[in-house]
Structures are given as C-alpha cells and as structure tokens.
Design a protein around this ligand. Structure first.
Ligand code: CTP
Length: 426
C-alpha cells in the first residue's frame, strides 16, 4: 500500500518555512538512525485539499532525542514529556508535536521496563478511524511518500468513518463521540459495522466507565465544531444521551431550543466577533433544561464539570426562567438593571429561550446598545462642578445613567444641567 508522492502537494499547500522544516526533520531523523513521519489530521486534510498546519510527527526511534536535535539546529524551544516520549517544538511561526511511535493509545513508553521502539504501522493501528491513519515519510530519499496501511484513501473517497478493529470502542469509548464529530465535520457517513459496534458498546454500558472529564471534553468539542442540533439528533439516534443523564431525551421543545440558541449565537458572534462566548456551554444548558434540580446536579457531576462552568450553567437555566417574568413590560431602564448583573451566556441563553418577541427585542437592544451606555461625566468632573466627593457621587452617576437610559439626557451638557438641577452642592 505504498505509492503516491505528496512532496509537490506539501510544497504547494504548506508555507515554505514549514516545508523546509519537514525536509530538515527527515534528514535529522536519518542522522540519528531514526525514521520520521507526518501522521494524522494534517495528512488527512492534505489529501482532501486542505492545509492543516497542526503538524504531528511520529518518530521510529527516540522522539525526544529527535526533537532536541531538531530544536538545537533551528534554535527553537523544545518541551518534552519523558513519561510519554513526546515533545513540542515551538518556533515563531509554528508548533510541531513530536511523538515516539507507540503500540497502544494509553501506553507510556517510560512505564515499560525499557523503551520499546515500535514501528509506524503499529502506531497507526492503535488510532481511532482509518481516515486518521495516513502517514507521510520524511526520510530524504523517500521524502513525501504516502503510507496507507488501512484503506484511508478509499474511505476518504467513499466519505466513510470506519474503525480499524472491533475493540476500538472498548479501548476508548469517547471514539463514539469523535465518530459523530468527524462525520459532521466532513459530511462523512459512519460505516454500518462501526455503527453496530457503537450500538453494542451502548448495550454493554461501556460509556458508564468513561470518566466525566473525558465525556465532558468530547461533548464540548462536538458542540463547538458542529451544528449542535444535528449532533444532538445523532447522539439521540445512537442512544448516547442517557450516559449524560438517563432522563435526557430528544423532545420537540429541546429541538426548538437548540435552533433558537443557534440563531442567537450566530447573531451575536456576527455582531461581536471579538467577544468570547463559549458556544458549547449554551447547548449544554439546553440539554439540562428538562431536568429537575437534583437531576441537573447529577448530570453536571457525571460530567465532572468544573465549578465555574457548573455555576454558569445552573445559573443560566434558573435566571432565564426568572427573567421571563421580571421582564414583562420592561423599559430600557429596567432591562438594563435586570441584565447588567448577569453573565453574557446567561443573557444570550435567556434571549434564545424566551418565546416572547418583545423580550427578544429588549435583550438584543441591551446587547447592541444599552450595555455600552455610561455617563460622560466622571468623579473628577463632579468635583470640578463643585460637588464634594463622597457616597453621593455614586448616586449622582447612577441617576445620570438612568436619565440616559430613559432618554432624558443625550449629551455632556445635558448631563451637567441634569445634575445641577437635581443635586445640591454642599
Ligand atoms: N486518537 C485516537 N483516539 C482518541 C483520540 C485521538 O485514536 N480518542 C488519535 C487520532 O487518530 C488522531 C490523533 O490521535 O489522529 C490525534 O488526535 P486529535 O488531535 O484529537 O485528532 P486530529 O486527527 O488531529 O483531528 P483534528 O483535526 O481535530 O485536530
């Protein structure tokens, strides 16, 4: 299954510095008596015509020794993890992950009596899906040779996610979630056999053993990079939702909520590109919406959600329900004071959840306009106007803010007039 040369494709797709570094990797490995390969995602994407610059290198030999030697040559920083036989080379331009060829996904070479050098084929065989098993050899006289032991090119052509062997999900159940993620990302189908193995894994409760952190991480990745409603449907079809909590099921209201969150999220990120907002958390909130308080706690516990995220998720679910009532007949001023103390995710979740058009409008007005309103006058201005500093300053500034929200003052001059009319100087 050796063949195709990727040298010119790499030259065309990769920045020239990266290309040169790959050549240097091949010769450096050779000098040490090793063989270097690019593996995984970047090769898979290269075959599909995409340039993925997250380069993973696997060394037949001592990966750390190789990384240090390469780092020395290009004067780059190298950090290594002895226990795993891995290293990272960081330059101004790129990041190179280097690993020592391994035979098992969780095996750490140093845990063995002596570091066992294993071949690239075994290293690739322990991976999740065929599409992730491509490698490109970097050895000078074989530079660019594509290595495809497990039918990766065929599966990319046939747009199929396929495991390599029947124990794949037993080795690592998170692969079921990864299967959905890759399937959604590339528009590939999951092979029938692979689907059957996932069903079997569900039947024998393999996912119960999965640690909360790993399950939580996978869910986050899944919701971040896909259209979450589609992923939710896939999770439901494969009966995987019950491993988050047995009472979570796909209902019409949940589907609708996912759609409104998607809408709210797209609206927000389009308008405020530079503001960070955790997309996955919004959809996790929705997932727990139909549960009671105890059950929500159980689900968050199951996922080992870190305290901050846990607070944000729980708070958003509760606050969004409370706000529905509090925001009845809200004015700009009351909307401001209701939303100001809340976290952005809570506000956006509320916006998605409310079925009331006026409330949606009020929240969008808050996010686009109201939240940025502040008095133009500051403490020092008040002092110059003859007011003596003290607790009264806060009152004055709040009054100006409210007057602005009510549209009663619109400029600095009007603020000055407003203050002088309302507040006596001592
Ligand atoms: N891998 C695996 N089982 C997992 C996670 C990862 O076998 N549970 C393997 C995959 O084959 C993958 C490699 O480890 O090629 C690196 O994983 P990751 O960085 O998550 O995936 P990439 O393929 O690089 O995908 P992405 O494009 O998302 O970075």
């Amino acid at each position: 299954s050796l063949g195709k040369h990727m040298s010119s494709t790499m030259k065309a797709r990769f920045p020239s510095d990266l290309f040169a570094l790959l050549k240097l990797s091949g010769s450096t490995a050779k000098e040490l008596g090793y063989t270097a390969f690019i593996v995984g995602g970047s090769v898979r994407d290269l075959i599909q015509g995409e340039a993925n610059l997250d380069i993973d290198i696997v060394i037949e030999g001592d990966g750390i020794k190789f990384a240090k030697e390469l780092g020395r040559k290009i004067r780059a920083k190298v950090t290594s993890h002895k226990r795993f036989g891995t290293a990272v080379i960081i330059t101004d331009l790129l990041k190179f992950d280097v690993a020592t060829a391994r035979t098992e996904y969780y095996e750490s070479p140093a845990a063995l009596p002596h570091i066992e050098m294993s071949s690239i084929k075994k290293d690739l065989y322990r991976r999740d899906f065929t599409i992730n098993t491509l490698a490109i050899e970097l050895t000078p006289d074989k530079f660019g040779q594509l290595i495809d032991f497990f039918g990766a090119q065929r599966d990319i052509k046939e747009k199929t996610i396929r495991i390599l062997h029947n124990l794949s999900f037993i080795e690592d159940p998170t692969r079921a979630f990864r299967a959905i993620r890759f399937s959604e990302r590339f528009g590939f189908k999951i092979s029938k056999h692979t689907l059957n193995l996932i069903r079997t894994a569900v039947k024998i409760n393999l996912f119960e053993k999965l640690s909360g952190t790993r399950l939580y991480d996978e869910l986050n990745l899944l919701f971040i990079e896909t259209v979450p409603l589609n992923s939710l449907k896939r999770l439901s079809d494969m009966d995987l939702l019950k491993f988050i909590h047995p009472r979570i099921t796909l209902t019409k209201p949940l589907e609708d909520l996912y759609e409104s969150i998607q809408e709210a999220f797209s609206w927000f990120t389009l308008l405020f590109i530079e503001e960070k907002l955790n997309k996955a958390h919004l959809f996790l909130m929705a997932l727990l919406e139909g549960l009671d308080e105890d059950e929500r706690g159980q689900a968050l516990q199951r996922l080992s959600v870190p305290p901050r995220a846990r607070g944000e998720i729980l708070d958003s679910i509760v606050q969004s329900s409370v706000l529905k009532y509090k925001m009845r007949n809200a004015t700009d001023k009351s909307t401001y004071h209701l939303l100001m103390p809340l976290q952005l995710p809570t506000i956006l979740y509320t916006m998605a959840k409310t079925g009331n058009k006026d409330q949606k409008k009020a929240i969008s007005l808050y996010l686009t306009k109201l939240r940025h309103i502040t008095p133009e006058l500051m403490g020092k201005d008040l002092k110059e106007m003859g007011y003596s500093p003290g607790p009264m300053f806060k009152n004055i500034l709040t009054s100006i803010l409210d007057a602005r929200l009510d549209g009663k003052v619109r400029s600095r001059e009007e603020e000055v007039q407003f203050v002088e009319k309302r507040f006596r100087k001592q």
